[in-house]
Design a protein around this ligand. Structure first.
Ligand code: ADP
Ligand code: MG
Length: 338
């Protein structure tokens, strides 16, 4: 028996009836290894959805399940309205998605045109359609003039761009990119990332991108699922993930005053003495720093008190949590929970 495709506990229940891609309690075990455990998420049209996590987290397994390259052990999923656990739809799903696997084979002896043509042929496209699509993609990459150069002659970044282009040969609406920049030097990685953003801007496509690179996820993805040990440990925009960690935790604030900083720092210390929510008041030059777990309540109070004491406030800033801190902390938490 195939698992039921409509569990009642999927995310955003009732809010979005038409996700382009959905995973519902998706699980996969390989022998003793639980590669994926009860993973659920929905991806909407036009989004770049990131699966971010360390090696072995389950990212590749997730996209392979969605691309119908593996069969789930439990749960279900949908791609373009088709059930990934329904044998009748797997062929149709494969035809309508593009998939860049980890370290794709580079057919160095082919030229760019032959390479794209080869993959178009795998999709069963007629010659004229393959040719038209390859021409469009190579023109977009700005290398139509070099179409007969062997891939061996291209730079690493350019080769990888062509590998991404090949996933688009049949103009799929859904594209899975598994670690598209891993193994590339920073410059080539940027070339590929910029290309992904161009593709996103060009027309409505929906991407799932696997990466272990935090900066990449932050730059490319509209929403990010942090994956660790086969589970999603957090999901949201980069800003939401940052806010989630900052919520209920200490935030470092910097109050920049025009003069009398030492005196005003004493005023803030006085306030801190009466409020457990303010701590660590320090002053250096014109800047008074303090920590608070309730910035929304305490910052206005501090501003009011400093102004009443005759202080001139130039600026009040909260030091932003870096996504890296969020990432490290969530990874740490999820390991402890195991
Ligand atoms: N074909 C497979 N056979 C056995 N174990 C696998 C297979 N694919 C993945 N795994 C295991 O599943 C876990 C998740 O792997 P993977 O999805 O490749 O992670 P990621 O892509 O995040 O690095 C790892 O422990 C990995 O060793
Ligand atoms: Mg992987």
């Amino acid at each position: 028996m195939r698992p039921n495709s409509a569990p009642d506990n999927h995310p955003d229940s009732g809010l979005n009836h038409n996700p382009v891609i959905a995973a519902y309690n998706l699980s996969k075990t390989f022998g003793q290894t639980a590669a994926l455990r009860d993973v659920s998420f929905e991806v909407h049209a036009g989004e770049i959805f990131g699966l971010l996590g360390p090696n072995g987290a389950g990212k590749t397994t997730t996209v392979r399940l969605l691309a119908c390259l593996y069969e789930p052990t439990g749960g279900s999923g949908k791609v373009l309205g088709l059930d990934i656990t329904d044998e009748d739809s797997t062929e149709r799903i494969r035809e309508r998605i593009g998939m860049l696997t980890e370290s794709p084979g580079l057919y160095d002896r082919l030229n760019a045109l032959e390479y794209l043509d080869f993959f178009g042929d795998l999709y069963g496209m007629p010659a004229a359609a393959r040719r038209a699509s390859a021409e469009r993609l190579l023109k977009m990459l700005g290398i139509w003039d070099r179409r007969t150069d062997r891939l061996a002659k291209y730079s690493k970044g350019m080769k990888q761009k062509i590998a991404v282009a090949r996933t688009l040969i049949h103009d799929p609406q859904v594209i899975f990119l598994d670690e598209p920049t891993s193994g590339l030097d920073p410059e080539s990685a940027k070339v590929v990332r910029d290309y992904v953003l161009e593709l996103k801007a060009e027309k409505q496509r929906t991407f799932v991108l696997c990466t272990h690179n935090l900066a990449e996820a932050e730059r490319l993805c509209d929403r990010i699922a942090l994956v660790n040990q086969g589970r999603i440990v957090a999901l949201g925009t980069a800003d939401e993930l940052r806010a989630r960690l900052a919520g209920g935790r200490e935030r470092l604030c910097k109050l920049h005053v025009r003069e009398r900083a030492a005196e005003l720092a004493e005023v803030v210390r006085g306030l801190a003495a009466g409020h457990g929510d303010i701590s660590g008041v320090e002053q250096a030059g014109d800047v008074i720093t303090y920590s608070t777990a309730d910035a929304e309540k305490m910052n206005p109070l501090i501003v009011e008190t400093v102004v009443k004491a005759g202080g001139h406030i130039v600026a009040l800033n909260e030091a932003e949590q870096s996504l890296e801190n969020v990432y490290l902390e969530l990874m740490h938490d999820s390991r402890e929970a195991d």
